[in-house]
Design a protein around this ligand. Structure first.
Ligand code: PMV
Length: 323
């Protein structure tokens, strides 16, 4: 009983930050994202009667007790659904540094959900997989469907899942990731989400969310890149202001992050249309049209502090792969 799945990381254009139900990971607002072609997780799960306990390895290393507990809890959910009692061996590999704002929990839990459910003999629909992945890590539900994705907040376990708005080939836009830090963040997103209510600006953020989601969807429908970029950049700052005004305050930016943000704006003012977004980490995601990707790359390589550049296209969602 073994299966292997590959799932992409995703970049959110409208962010998920704050939960209305922490246990079920129901978000306070809907979010919109794109799956990324070059950063992903491949996970194998094997249920085997010879195993005496669950074994979890990530990137070739046995994980800490805390990380293992989160993975095993997820495997437990799947064992319960499939009525399987066997212990599992989980081996997972990321092709990028985890815990640095590159959504490793999204690709990780999407791949784990698909591999474990298949290995346990379940044949879940995309919707069911998305719901299960969400309980593992909220943004993981968006790495299940393909391409450009909307996660409708919903208000129950069954109504909160992601679905594809457009397939990967709908729009040739890129996410150019500039890696400026490889260290795992000190405060993970699970702890971060729990702080949102301490920000005096949360109410203002949430009151504008529905309009923002509708507007970005309209920009995507019309392929209005300028409108789309304007909304996603504003949204990233909006989320980071909630983080920075939480108690305790969360600062995910480093001086390099801010330096690149200002550069992106400068390049735009000079005629190179590009926009930035940032998740819970220092690394920058620069969104541009395919035709400008090499220009953006050429600018980034000249900046001190940029350690690696990864060019992503829109990608498929989680898939079973042969290993
Ligand atoms: O799914 P989590 O708990 O890793 O939260 C993701 C939070 C952000 O990446 C900052 C925003 C998002 O919507 O992806």
């Amino acid at each position: 009983m073994k299966a292997t799945a590959k799932a992409p990381a995703n970049i959110a254009f409208i962010k998920y930050w704050g939960k209305r139900n922490a246990k079920l990971r129901l978000p306070m607002n809907s979010s919109i994202s794109m799956n990324l072609s070059e950063i992903f997780t491949i996970t194998s799960v094997e249920f085997n009667q010879k195993l005496k306990e669950d074994l979890v390895k990530i990137d070739g290393k046995v994980v800490s007790d805390k990380e293992k507990e989160r993975v095993v809890k997820h495997i437990e959910r799947i064992r319960r659904l499939a009525k399987v009692k066997l212990k599992a061996k989980v081996e997972s590999r990321n092709n990028f540094p985890k815990g640095t704002g590159l959504a490793s929990s999204a690709s990780g839990f999407a791949a784990l959900t698909l591999a474990a459910s298949k290995a346990a003999g379940l044949n879940l629909t995309e919707e069911q997989l998305s719901i299960l992945a969400r309980i593992g890590s909220g943004s993981a539900c968006r790495s299940v469907p393909s391409g450009f994705v909307e996660w409708k907040a919903g208000n129950t376990n069954e109504s909160s899942y992601a679905r594809s708005l457009y397939s990967p080939d709908y729009w040739s836009i890129c996410d150019v990731i500039a890696i400026v830090g490889r260290k795992s963040k000190k405060v993970g997103s699970t702890e971060g989400h729990a702080l949102v209510e301490s920000s005096p600006f949360l109410k203002t953020r949430l009151s504008g969310m529905k309009k923002k989601v509708d507007e970005i969807k309209m920009a995507m429908k019309e392929k209005d890149f300028s409108k789309f970029g304007e909304i996603l950049e504003e949204e990233a700052i909006n989320m980071h202001l909630i983080m920075m005004t939480s108690k305790p305050a969360l600062y995910y930016w480093t001086p390099e992050t801010l330096k690149i943000m200002l550069k992106v704006i400068e390049w735009r003012n000079q005629g190179l249309e590009n926009y930035f977004t940032i998740d819970a980490g220092p690394n920058m995601h620069i969104i541009c049209r395919e035709q400008n990707v090499n220009k953006v790359k050429a600018k980034l390589v000249r900046l001190a502090g940029v350690k690696q550049i990864i060019i992503n296209h829109p990608a498929e969602g989680a898939r079973i792969v042969k290993f």
